[in-house]
Design a protein around this ligand. Structure first.
Ligand code: FAD
Length: 349
């Protein structure tokens, strides 16, 4: 799924969908059937939400008519299903700002500066935007960005450097193996002796760990220390409680991603804990024109299942149509027999 390039001018649309998880993707389909245009924003660089980010290879057994379906396969099928509707995708961007204009439309802005002028907003933001779990050790914050990093943008930057890599999952192990031999020295620090990464990567790392170019270390980070006012490295406590000063030029943290509701929490929406309250007729929030579907919403009896998100997306689409075209009579049409539906699906001229 390609991302649409950022533009200076606000993109006009009927709907901005915040979140490209299964609910947001199926939302494009339901809106498309009603001839409503959609733009989709997601903070992750790819579509699929939790399915792609957290469990792409796991099988799902409770999607109607698919006795078993891989999580990534489900996302791929949804992407194929919504292709006829040509929604715009804006990936790797978090929705940061929302404003309502006097005409009742909404101006939305993303972290990349993309702006939308939209009649309605559908929040399909799941648990919130996924952000890297931060190193909260004493003294860490001022060094974030310069010496403490959460993703590798330019691997060549670490050539000849002393690195500490934190984590026990695939990202930590993959980057350890990738940077081994390029960095001057790598210390891989994981809390426990068992790793979540692929066993083959763990075996390769153990074979390379000679205590010099690569050292495997178990313990937890207590603080960042400085040497002559410069970044010095990490103070790490091993399982026996002993402190170690591990010198480093850079620290790469791969502790996975944690969801954060972020700015959505400050948009004046009726929240119940960290979920958005909606009605069960249109899945509209307390702000007319803003809808919420999928894991992010709550109502009596809510179940956080993909199936629920699909149902909610169908009814929210009708709600949006009523909001955008209050004078039009909404007619339910079957995709099997309706020539209009066939046209919208690209099956007829
Ligand atoms: P999500 O999948 O969470 O997607 C939300 C998207 O919104 C994310 O991509 C996020 O990056 C984006 N986002 C959030 N805030 C912003 C913002 N401000 N700006 C831009 N983007 C934003 N369900 C089932 O029905 N059956 C199962 O078998 C099943 N198995 C599961 C197994 C595991 C291990 C897990 C973790 C979950 C499972 N689930 C299952 C639950 C299912 O994955 C969720 O119900 C589903 O993903 C919810 O879809 P969603 O689209 O509402 O939200």
């Amino acid at each position: 799924m390609n991302s649409t390039p950022t533009t200076e001018v606000a993109i006009e649309t009927d709907v901005v969908i915040v979140g490209a998880g299964p609910s947001g993707l199926f939302q494009v389909f339901e809106l498309g059937l009603l001839d409503l245009s959609a733009q989709v924003v997601d903070s992750l660089p790819q579509v699929g939400g939790q399915c792609t980010e957290l469990y792409p290879d796991k099988p799902i057994y409770d999607i109607p008519a698919l006795p078993v379906c891989g999580a990534q396969e489900l996302v791929d099928r949804l992407v194929e299903q919504i292709a006829p509707f040509k929604a715009g995708f804006h990936l790797g961007q978090t929705v940061t700002g929302l404003q309502q204009t006097p005409s009742g439309r909404f101006l939305l802005e993303t972290s990349a500066g993309t702006r939308f002028d939209t009649a309605t907003v559908i929040l399909a933001a799941g648990l919130g935007a996924f952000e890297p779990r931060r190193l909260r050790a004493t003294g860490a914050e001022p060094w974030e960005g310069s010496h403490i990093h959460y993703r590798v943008r330019e691997p060549e930057r670490y050539a000849g450097q002393r690195l500490v890599i934190l984590g026990g999952g695939d990202s930590a192990l993959d980057w350890t193996l990738e940077l081994h031999g390029k960095a001057r020295r790598i210390t891989l620090v994981h809390r426990r002796a068992d790793y979540r990464a692929q066993p083959a990567s763990v075996s390769r790392m153990k074979a390379l760990a000679d205590g010099e170019s690569l050292e495997e270390f178990h313990g937890h980070v207590r603080s960042v220390f400085e040497t002559d006012g410069r970044f010095g490295g990490l103070e790490i406590v091993d399982p026996t409680g002993e402190n170690h000063h591990v010198e480093a030029d850079h620290v790469l943290v791969f502790w996975g991603l944690a969801p954060n509701l972020g700015p959505i929490a400050h948009w004046g929406l009726d929240l119940d804990k960290r979920q958005i309250r909606v009605d069960t007729e249109k899945f509209q929030t307390n702000v007319p024109g803003i809808f919420a579907v999928g894991d992010i919403n709550t109502y009596s009896g809510k179940k956080k299942l993909i199936l629920s998100g699909f149902h909610e997306a169908a009814l929210a689409a009708f709600g949006v149509q009523q909001h955008v075209h209050p004078d039009q009579k909404v007619r339910l049409q079957y995709t099997t027999t309706s020539p209009i539906m066939h046209k919208r699906l690209g099956l007829a001229d």
